[in-house]
Design a protein around this ligand. Structure first.
Ligand code: GLU
Ligand code: ZN
Length: 435
């Protein structure tokens, strides 16, 4: 498949840190664009006023940069299709809603939460799908005028057409067909006047000339609604790539319950960005051969849309650790030492001012600890004795070796054997020990 003039977008909500699943989506947006010579747009979905913060936005941006995922348009980059924060685009959405009113494609719904809950309860009891009944669709212009005068709060709902086929073009899953009757008259404007992401994203995707929407499988049910909105507005409809779900080891959707799930947490745990990117790529794609290790650059060349899959992937921390151990050896030693310094300072095992001699020592420790070091934080487990007084020796070992009659003689012998050993390395020492 050769994709042309590709424009993808990553649309995070700054309501939390960059989650593993979001990072996976961001990476695939990047790969689809970069592989086919296209552009990546970063669009901030800040319409949830209660939960969005500038701080979260900055953290998401920092994490993306740390991973090496860049963008061509969006915060910090500008671009011809801005603004790239949705709260700065509210006028655009309002114009669209006005147009939809003119087209008689939307209506005001005055139902209260209690009324809707009661409706839903009855539907569940009578085993009907819990959809909005469309009650307010039937209000007369007089009803509307009266309710408006009363100042009753309302939402705006889309008049979902009946018996219309909606086909979503999905490059991973093939065409997905929906009958519009399966969808209810969904809300596009909340009662506080803020448009819902269904509307904002559909409109923005068209206005920003997005060709391919890459997002999680959990959005599939939203897509036909967005297709209907754009169709009503006469706007273009992009193609979709609904990526596969990421599950925890218990096969439920990956979430906080499963431990570290945000990129920031993995950073703190001492992982390298190369490892995370490498691992993330395999959640939803694979090279169809034996290769396991890919840098971002290599991914860009090896990646194809055809090789993306829809089967859910299961997050496997041991696998991530294994990949990280590879990258610890592959990247420059200086970078690994940098990571170690940060970690060791946090532990209080290094002074604020780290000398070159300290760095050399750390480098040697990394060398000797070798493969046991899956992340830099494993220094705590395997190399603590280089930095702290040993508080307690293993009781078993003490019993067996410390008080035996020949302990002193043995130590002397070892000292003699290894003294002046040339070269002084793993092999020669081992050989000396077993002599
Ligand atoms: N903010 C949404 C999410 O993170 C993105 C929705 C979309 O891609 O259209 O799931
Ligand atoms: Zn209603």
């Amino acid at each position: 498949m050769e994709l042309k003039d590709v424009r993808t977008r990553f649309a995070p909500s700054p309501t939390g840190m960059l989650h593993f699943g979001n990072a996976n989506t961001a990476l695939f947006n990047w790969l689809v664009a970069r592989r086919y010579g296209g552009k990546v747009i970063l669009r901030v979905e800040d319409t949830d006023l209660d939960r969005s913060t500038d701080n979260f936005e900055q953290m998401i941006i920092d994490d993306l940069k740390w991973l090496g995922i860049d963008w061509d348009e969006g915060p910090g980059m500008g671009g011809d299709y801005g603004p790239y924060h949705q709260m700065h685009r509210v006028d655009i959405y309002n114009d669209c809603v006005k147009k939809l009113f003119d087209l008689d494609m939307v209506y005001r719904c005055y139902c209260t939460k209690e009324e809707l809950d009661a409706e839903r309860e009855i539907a569940v009891k009578t085993k009907r799908p819990p959809r909005y009944s469309g009650k307010c669709r039937k209000l007369t212009p007089d009803d509307h005028a009266r309710l408006e005068k009363e100042g009753k709060p309302f939402t705006v709902r889309f008049k979902t057409p009946r018996k219309e086929k909606v086909v979503v073009k999905d490059l991973i899953r093939g065409d997905i067909e929906f009958m519009s009757d399966e969808l209810d008259d969904f809300i596009i404007i909340r009662s506080n006047g803020v448009p819902i992401f269904l509307l904002c994203n559909a409109v923005d995707d068209a206005m920003m000339k997005i060709t391919h929407v890459v997002r999680g499988e959990d959005h599939i049910s939203n897509t036909p609604k967005q297709v209907l909105i754009n169709r009503a507005l006469g706007l273009s409809v992009p193609e979709y790539l609904h990526t596969s779900m990421i599950l925890g080891p218990d096969r439920t959707k990956l979430s906080k319950r499963h431990g570290a799930v945000s990129v920031f947490q993995f950073r703190e745990l001492g992982y390298l960005p190369e490892a995370l990117v490498n691992y993330l790529a395999f959640l939803g794609w694979n090279p169809k051969d034996e290769r396991e290790f890919f840098s971002l650059d290599e991914l860009k060349d090896a990646f194809t849309v055809e090789a993306m899959g829809k089967a859910p992937s299961v997050f496997d921390e041991n696998r991530l650790r294994y990949i990280n151990s590879h990258w610890m050896m592959a990247v420059s030693r200086d970078r690994v030492v940098d990571l170690a310094v940060v970690f060791l300072k946090k532990k209080g095992w290094l002074p604020e001012d780290v000398s070159q001699a300290d760095r050399d020592k750390i480098s040697t420790i990394i060398e000797i600890t070798g493969e046991r070091l899956k992340t830099i934080n494993d220094l705590e487990t395997y190399a603590d004795f280089f930095f702290t007084e040993v508080a307690e020796y293993q009781p078993e070992g003490v019993k067996k070796h410390f008080n035996a009659e020949d302990t002193v003689a043995n130590l002397k012998l070892i000292a003699e054997e290894i003294n002046g050993l040339e070269p002084f390395n793993h092999e020669t020492i081992e050989k000396a020990m077993y002599k």
